[in-house]
Design a protein around this ligand. Structure first.
Ligand SMILES: Nc1ncnc2c1ncn2[C@@H]1O[C@H](COP(=O)(O)OP(=O)(O)OP(=O)(O)O)[C@@H](O)[C@H]1O
Length: 242
């Protein structure tokens, strides 16, 4: 039933200079579902998310967004996603409002929507401050708002909770759940397995480009209820010598 899937990834791999960064992997995501991508440093999370966001091309396999193949429908696929990279730095010369308005103008998003989003990520009161005065967590929240701007059907978030304090970590979970309730699909990477456990319906554990687990979060939560939840599962399925 490919048409009910918002995102379909089929046998996608990535090889750079004869080094395999991602073994062929497949998964799909329905509207309203949240998928967490977990794995250690260098596991391939950002590589997979960049491929999904159309930033880099896979070495093999294919991706469709809303049934459209990335290769043949780049513009339509790009319009269907909101992407939050893990290593992006806004210029410091502009204020938060000016920065987000710039991205809003590229996507034809209203001033009212910008205001709502700045409120949602707790930056409305500091919207006139230059980004030089912003902390890491505040920049992350602005980057998150940028991804949400056009209310895209698919959100691709690379380490969105990196640098967030416990309050905003918790708020991130709530915001992601609200996006899912509104019918958006979300894929995000994280090292914070408690965030994955709270926010995601499905999870992929990646280990040096290999999938060690993919499936629903719930059975893992139940199986590892008394042994650390998703941390226990990760330790069992990924951190054991193979
Ligand atoms: N352009 C590239 N050329 C060569 N190797 C690369 C390239 N991009 C990433 N890699 C390698 O691919 C592997 C996966 O990197 P990736 O950034 O996807 O991991 P990650 O799971 O996001 O890691 P982290 O949690 O540290 O951010 C790493 O070994 C990295 O060195």
């Amino acid at each position: 039933m490919p048409n009910s899937m918002l995102l379909q990834v089929r046998e996608v791999s990535k090889i750079v200079k004869s080094q395999t960064l991602l073994q062929p992997l497949s998964f799909s995501l329905q509207p309203g579902k949240v998928l967490a991508l977990c794995g250690g440093n260098g596991a391939g999370k950002s590589t997979l998310l960049r491929i999904t966001a159309g930033i880099i091309r896979p070495s093999s396999g294919e991706l469709t967004i809303q049934g459209l193949n990335w290769k043949q429908h780049r513009k339509k696929c790009a319009d269907g996603i909101g992407y939050m990279p893990d290593d992006f730095h806004f210029g410091d010369a502009l204020t938060a409002q000016e920065t987000i308005m710039f991205y809003a103008s590229l996507r034809n998003v209203s001033k009212q929507r910008v205001k709502e989003l700045l409120e949602l990520v707790g930056l409305d009161a500091v919207r006139s401050k230059k980004l030089t005065a912003f902390s890491k967590g505040m920049r992350q929240r602005l980057l998150f708002a940028q991804a949400l701007l056009a209310a895209p059907p698919l959100l691709i978030l690379d380490e969105p909770t990196n640098g967030l304090d416990p309050y905003w970590m918790r708020s991130f979970v709530t915001l992601v759940q609200q996006c899912a309730q509104a019918g958006q699909a979300v894929i995000f990477s994280t090292h914070q397995l408690d965030v994955a456990e709270q926010a995601a319906d499905e999870v992929i554990f990646l280990d040096t480009g290999h999938v060690r687990y993919q499936g629903a979060v719930l059975p893992l939560k139940e199986k590892y209820r008394y042994s650390g939840g998703l941390y226990g599962a990760f330790s069992d399925l990924v951190m054991q010598p193979s």
